[in-house]
Design a protein around this ligand. Structure first.
Ligand SMILES: NC(=O)c1ccc[n+]([C@@H]2O[C@H](COP(=O)([O-])OP(=O)(O)OC[C@H]3O[C@@H](n4cnc5c(N)ncnc54)[C@H](OP(=O)(O)O)[C@@H]3O)[C@@H](O)[C@H]2O)c1
Length: 251
């Protein structure tokens, strides 16, 4: 049995709380939210607005904003607990060194409004001592997740790659949505294409999967598209990405 306290009431905390609550080998001791009203999930644990001094869990997970992690860890009293954060971009050493420290980063996009099968999420773990790595590995396993030991530097690179894969792709969907709306077209028409784009890279490399006017060097089509784009920023994005595709493919 692994005992856990969770801090935070945002997107990650919401999904982690659900997974911790359901895991038979996890004892979910306490859920700490500075605004307990933000906790909109029913779980079998105590919800509190503070951690208190007597931390009894083996692991305390800080699922709070990146910028709050260092200060929060400094405000905590030293204890025998392993303190971990869930961030893709905060260095393990940013947490106060009076604690045993680690990282438990779920590599997935998580929103309260969207349910996920938590067991499909790979967990990137990091710790300074072997016994702490073993504990984090066991916790991931208890949640049904795979885990991988990743250093802070590697995690930063992974997070950067994830921003391209997820956040930037999503902004592309947003721009596409504006374009379909401008012609009163249904964005749903693009959904099979969105799904196939993601499915294709499960089997082909992104290099092999590329198609389109930039790759084909269809100059007239590119010129027409640029003329169609009323938004200056969208035009710049189109030009930069066209150039990037052509450089990648040596055109
Ligand atoms: N969402 C994702 O897709 C995702 C995926 C992997 C990792 N992460 C990482 O997981 C962490 C949490 O992300 P999130 O998306 O769950 O963020 P979020 O939804 O914005 O929630 C942030 C949480 O941090 C709390 N918080 C902020 N400052 C605090 C402070 N000074 N003291 C105590 N609590 C504080 C907020 O409390 P209030 O509600 O009271 O403001 C809120 O509960 C971040 O490190 C993020 O990088 C996020």
């Amino acid at each position: 049995m692994i005992s856990v306290t969770l801090v935070g009431s945002g997107n990650v905390a919401h999904h982690l709380a659900q997974a911790l609550d359901l895991a038979p080998e996890v004892q979910f001791d306490l859920w700490v939210a500075r605004n307990p009203k933000a906790v909109d999930l029913k779980v079998n644990t105590i919800v509190s607005d503070g951690l208190g001094d007597a931390i009894k869990s083996q692991i305390v997970i800080l699922a709070i904003s990146d910028d709050a992690i260092a200060e929060f860890s400094a405000s905590m009293s030293p204890s025998d607990t392993l303190l971990v954060h869930t961030s893709g971009s905060v260095n393990l050493h940013d947490m106060d060194k009076k604690h045993s420290r680690g990282v438990f980063y779920p590599l997935q996009t998580l929103s309260k409004k969207r349910s996920v099968d938590f067991s499909t999420i790979p967990i990137c773990i990091e710790a300074l001592e072997r016994k702490d790595l073993d504990l984090l590995q066991s916790l991931a396993q208890s949640l049904g997740c795979s885990s991988k030991i990743i250093s802070s530097e590697q995690r930063l690179a992974l997070h950067l790659a994830a921003v391209f894969v997820n956040n930037f792709s999503n902004q592309m969907y947003r721009i596409a949505h504006e374009i379909t709306d401008s012609e009163r077209l249904d964005f749903d028409l693009l959904k099979p294409l969105i799904l196939e784009t993601a499915a294709k890279v499960q089997y082909l490399s992104p290099f092999q999967a590329q198609t389109g006017p930039a790759l084909r060097k269809d100059r007239k089509t590119i010129k027409r598209h640029l003329k169609q784009l009323a938004n200056e920023n969208h035009r710049l994005i189109y030009e930069i990405l066209t150039k990037s595709i052509q450089q990648t493919h040596g055109k």
